[in-house]
Write a protein that binds this ligand. Structure first.
Ligand SMILES: Nc1nc2c(ncn2[C@@H]2O[C@H](COP(=O)(O)OP(=O)(O)OP(=O)(O)O)[C@@H](O)[C@H]2O)c(=O)[nH]1
Ligand SMILES: [Mg+2]
Length: 492
């Protein structure tokens, strides 16, 4: 074994020290030192409301409001009479919890008051806390920001927590929980470790290249580590849009010829009367959007004007908007009237929209499309089979609901492709920020490969590592902290 290299590996190579580990972020917390308090459960009348404090005066606050005045055992719920610290007026009989730091959510001393959820009780307790010296109301996201500053959560975990609070569908909840569990952070940590090793190899070569004791193939090993990393990062970046769709909802555009039942389908899937339904062709003209939970996935459903030529100017504008929306769709729901397949508008729709999208067998570049033949209730029982002449399709009746279960199952499968399935597969990149730094890391690795100068190569690896560190919150992330913590409400 040649000298020098392992000491270099051990010291993590030169350059920025912070890797993607869970140490305190060191990020300054605005107003740190003060003890903050806020209502952490939702606003409005409820059975139980949770008020919490964080900071050095938490123990004093807990003692001031409770009788008896001694602190309860750590992390055990105790029933206490809460009263105003000055007037001693009783406020509520409540469960209180004491979390001495650093074993608390924020890493500081924390207290929780589980009070009855009436607004007079909540405002009375908040007012009482405000009268304790050293306490002030918390800013939005301040509890989480303190947890980040004390190394309790990495930045990706903070984002996971924000997503969990905002999750509206099952898939979003699963994805947020995975991120909160630190999966993305661990992945970045593994990548950063590989880069650190590669950097150590390159630096050892720079320092001891001429030395006989230097093990053979050190540079080659660094190169192959970089190649492997490039492959892993590229695979992840290819999937990047999926995670973002899972966070903000996949765009599903409902399209078809006039009167096919598009609006009826939008109303059926969203379970509310979003669009006007009428037997008159050309009823829908504007694009009407509604957020829906489809089989556990978030989606933005757009109802659009029926595609046809030769209508009046207002309808033509609707058709232009429909086509524009179609181009941005993550998934197209193409609707045809099953009893009207031979009409010119149906045939033209099949030729111009369904066939080019490669219905049933989407390729890399084509859009995903599900073809639905609506009004199946009007087809004669035991009538001729439509399938030999058409791309793969589903039969549905918006009127009777027959075929809806099959459509929802098909949508679930499509959306799992479009958004990524958070129950399986690698952690998703849910934000443009993740994508940006992963791309930055890849660009730096390509500089590494291009340069012949070893000092520049080492610098490129350091740059790449900096990008990875910034995903989880190491390095210089100050400028994005405000943006991320803005996602939180007061008390979180
Ligand atoms: N029998 C039957 N009628 C249906 C079904 N779905 C929709 N309809 C009827 O078909 C007509 C057109 O329905 P819409 O949902 O307005 O169709 P559309 O495609 O949105 O029409 P435009 O907005 O004009 O392009 C209405 O009279 C609906 O009641 C169905 O499954 N069975
Ligand atoms: Mg319509």
């Amino acid at each position: 074994m040649w000298r020098g290299l392992w000491s270099l590996v051990a010291r993590g190579a030169r350059g920025p020290r912070r890797s993607c580990t869970r140490q305190g972020s060191g990020a300054p917390v605005p107003g740190a030192g003060a003890t903050i308090f806020a209502l952490s459960s939702g606003q409005g009348r409820c059975g139980i409301a949770v008020i919490r404090t964080s900071g050095p005066a938490s123990g004093h606050a807990l003692r001031s409001l409770t009788a008896p005045r001694d602190l309860p055992p750590a992390r055990s719920a105790c029933l206490r009479l809460l009263s105003h610290p000055h007037s001693r007026e009783p406020l509520d009989r409540a469960l209180v919890l004491w979390f001495p730091g650093p074993q608390s959510f924020t890493g500081e001393d924390c207290a929780e008051f589980h009070v009855h959820g009436g607004s007079a009780v909540v405002s009375g307790v908040l007012q009482a806390l405000g009268s304790v010296p050293g306490l002030r109301p918390a800013e939005a996201g301040e509890f989480t920001r303190r947890a980040f500053a004390h190394g309790k959560l990495s930045l990706t975990e903070v984002e996971g927590l924000a997503d969990l609070i905002h999750a509206e569908t099952e898939a979003q909840r699963r994805q947020a929980l995975r991120q909160l569990d630190g999966e993305l952070g661990h992945l970045c940590h593994g990548w950063a470790k590989t880069l650190t090793k590669a950097l150590a190899h390159v630096e050892a070569y720079i320092d001891f290249g001429e030395d006989d004791n230097l093990e053979e193939g050190v540079l080659e090993r660094a190169n192959s580590q970089v190649r492997e990393l490039e492959l892993a990062l590229s695979a992840h970046l290819r999937d990047a849009r999926r995670g973002q769709r899972l966070r903000s909802g996949a765009h599903i555009v409902v399209t078809g010829p006039p009167n096919a039942g598009k609006s009826s389908l939008v109303n059926l899937l969203s379970r509310k009367p979003v669009s006007i339904v009428s037997p008159e062709p050309g009823t829908t003209r504007d694009v009407l959007e509604t957020p829906v939970d489809l089989a556990g996935f978030p989606a933005l459903l757009s109802d659009t004007a029926g595609l046809r030529e030769g209508a009046g100017p207002v309808e033509q504008e609707g058709v232009r908007r429909a086509r524009q929306r179609l181009e941005q769709a993550d998934l197209i729901l193409a609707v045809l009237d099953a009893t009207d397949l031979a009409s010119p508008s149906s045939r033209s729709f099949l030729d111009t929209v369904v066939v080019p999208a490669g219905a049933g067998s989407p390729s890399e570049n084509s859009q995903r499309l599900l073809l639905v033949l609506n009004k199946s209730d009007l087809l004669p029982r035991g009538g001729p089979d439509l399938s030999p002449h058409l791309p793969p399709h589903l039969l549905l009746s918006c009127l009777t609901g027959e075929g809806l279960d099959g459509l929802l199952e098909a949508l679930r499968k499509e959306l799992a492709e479009v958004c990524g399935d958070p129950s399986t597969g690698p952690p998703l990149l849910t934000r443009a920020r993740h994508q940006h730094h992963l791309q930055g890391c890849l660009d730096a690795l390509s500089h590494y490969k291009q340069t012949k100068d070893l000092a520049l190569a080492a610098e490129a690896l350091r740059l790449a590592r900096g990008h990875l560190a910034r995903i989880t919150g190491g390095g210089d992330t100050e400028e994005i902290l405000d943006i991320i913590f803005r996602d939180f409400c007061v008390g979180k």
